[in-house]
Design a protein around this ligand. Sequence first.
Ligand code: SF4
Ligand code: FES
Length: 247
Amino acid sequence: MNFNLKIWRQKNSREKGKLVDYKLEGISPDLSLLEMLDVLNEKLVKEEKDPVAFDHDCREGICGSCSMVVNGNPHGPLPGTATCQIYMRHFKDGDCIVIEPFRARAFPLIKDLSVDRTALDRIIKAGGFVSTNTGCAQDANNILISKKNSDKAFLAATCVGCGACVAVCKNASAMLFVAAKVSHLDLLPQGEVETEIRVQKMVDQMDKEGFGACTNTGACAKACPKGISLETIARLNRKYLKAALKK
Ligand code: SF4
Ligand code: FES
């Protein structure tokens, strides 16, 4: 397959960036989009040019690293799919593919397609954990949890922290990410104990990091590769209001 690529190239956050055209020919339809970028980079290295910087780790939809915008969509046009799970057979021969970095004030650009998403880690550090001693595995298993709640907690826990919800949001809000992290702990008895303090600390940190406010447009849930639902945001809002009223 042949492709016309337009890739965002930018040395660092101080210099201006631009879309650069590349042509690739003879690409196997069974290569993933990241493997196609590897082929491009091998070509660039052979030509003694600077390879395209992009983040990746697991290449299995687990780590959330492969954060880039493909044809205008964070993680590309396929629903419930991380960038690393897109294959070239999902495009048509001769297609133009535009690849850009995630854009948000809280995600400063490092180079090309790579941005700094450690703001999400700092939100987790502010309160996204259980600080009580829950004992050994068998002690934790002695606490009964309803199937409904364990299913919801598990679904929320599938958030991989990729930041697509931020990149797609017109306000660059991190609400879906925070809501998923709060929900997965809050729905379990071990995490419920610290709900109010956790919600306050995480939301405060989210604001400090420069993420915007949520205006419930729902673009975040649509872009999320893990299908995190807007129900988590409704839960976060309820918890935040309750915590604020108790202050
Ligand atoms: S909520 Fe979805 S889009 Fe947002 S960080 Fe988690 S997995 Fe990524
Ligand atoms: S590289 Fe890990 S989710 Fe894509």
